[in-house]
Ligand binder design. Structure first.
Ligand code: HEC
Length: 208
């Protein structure tokens, strides 16, 4: 009798132990796939621009050498992608985004009556060509927490054409990129090990 009771208790403990072990095993199975999610995200960002090798900071192509000769009419066409959120005429209303008349060379986040994100204010400085290139390439990458929900323009020629058109929206358009600005952009956006090559590439453009 006593023995039987004891056996029951013993069996119960044994079963509890096995259940606990299985529980741990199952928990590990459940947790493990989570750990695998990290590399998946990593690949996504690496895929955006690194041609093999270790993941590194991905940067847009320099476009300053293209602006002087860019197709302004094409830039105006491309601005249709922006028009849902931006007006471009002098004195135009702010929409989802601020009015962009005269934006080239204007301080960031400075159009009156528009509530910019904290990220925009924190970025500071003027909208020079180099910053516009980076912002229009991937807005959220250039400005942390920007309110501009736009994926960005991948093609360097598109960004150059659009920026060249934006430049014309002013009563006194900003001067075209100088040789010094072109060289600076090339150096800033060159992958570390190719910095020398990129700089050499930029010099012919200086003769513009
Ligand atoms: C879905 C709406 C949306 C679209 C589409 C959009 N923008 Fe914006 N844009 C915004 C918002 C919102 C802001 C304000 C961002 C902030 O405060 O962080 C902004 C800000 C900007 C600024 C900074 C203006 C300033 O006064 O500092 C520029 C330049 C700009 N956008 C250009 C463009 C261009 C060019 C396109 C088209 C290729 C475009 N945007 C498409 C919503 C949009």
């Amino acid at each position: 009798m006593n023995n039987l009771e004891f056996n029951k208790i013993f069996a119960a403990i044994l079963v509890a132990g096995i259940v606990a072990m299985l529980g741990g095993f199952v928990a590990e199975l459940l947790v493990h796939p989570h750990a695998l999610e990290k590399p998946a995200v990593f690949i996504e960002s690496a895929e955006a621009g690194t041609a093999g090798g270790a993941p590194k900071v991905v940067l847009p192509d320099p476009i300053l050498p293209l602006i002087a000769d860019a197709d302004i009419a094409r830039g105006e066409k491309l601005s249709k992608a922006c028009a849902a959120c931006h007006s471009f005429d002098n004195g135009g209303a702010n929409k989802v985004g601020p009015n962009l008349w005269g934006v080239v060379g204007r301080p960031k986040g400075a159009h009156s009556g528009f509530a910019y994100s904290d990220g925009m204010h924190a970025k500071g400085g003027d909208w020079g060509y180099e910053d516009l290139n980076q912002f229009l390439w991937k807005p959220k990458k250039f400005i942390d927490g920007t309110k501009m929900n736009y994926v960005g323009l991948k093609k360097p020629e598109d960004r150059a054409a659009l920026i060249a058109w934006l430049r014309t929206l002013s009563s006194s358009p900003k001067a075209l990129p100088s040789a010094a600005e072109i060289a600076k952009e090339a150096a800033d956006l060159a992958p570390a090990e190719e910095a020398g090559a990129e700089e050499a590439e930029a010099s012919p453009a200086e003769s513009h």
